[in-house]
Design a protein around this ligand. Structure first.
Ligand code: DGP
Length: 115
């Protein structure tokens, strides 16, 4: 059993979030500290703490999330110019909330490499 996080509270509507999409498997909402004009987080409703905790049984879920990111980029008007999809995986990866999430960032030209 994984520990509850702030994202679990957002899924259960215990705290507010600017939700942009939801289906039976996933939720997408705007990041509270946006790093780009468009910064949305896509999370599974299943509480997988980090990418290293995902397993073969999550294959369909992970593919679903990635396709959701693609659709959201189109919906949010950043698909044509381009965008970045990031998963911070574990402490050295910069992960601070231990509920798996994909960052969708766009609306400006992004630098590489990240810090
Ligand atoms: P990461 O560093 O990859 O674990 O990213 C966590 C992100 O979650 C970070 O960009 C800020 C965002 N975040 C943290 N708390 C909240 C919250 O309460 N609401 C929203 N919308 N975003 C949050």
């Amino acid at each position: 059993m994984s520990a509850d996080t702030i994202f679990g509270k957002i899924i259960r509507r215990e705290i507010p979030a600017d939700i942009v999409y939801e289906d039976e498997l996933c939720l997408a909402f705007r990041d509270i500290t946006p790093q780009a004009p468009t910064h949305v987080l896509v999370i599974p409703k299943k509480p997988i703490p980090k990418l290293a905790d995902a397993s073969a049984e999550d294959k369909e879920l992970l593919g679903h999330m990635l396709l959701m990111v693609k659709s959201l980029a189109e919906q949010l008007g950043i698909a044509e110019d381009g965008y970045r999809v990031v998963i911070n995986a574990g402490t050295d990866g910069g992960q601070t909330v231990f509920h798996l999430h994909m960052h969708l960032l766009g609306g400006r030209s992004l630098q590489w490499p990240p810090g």
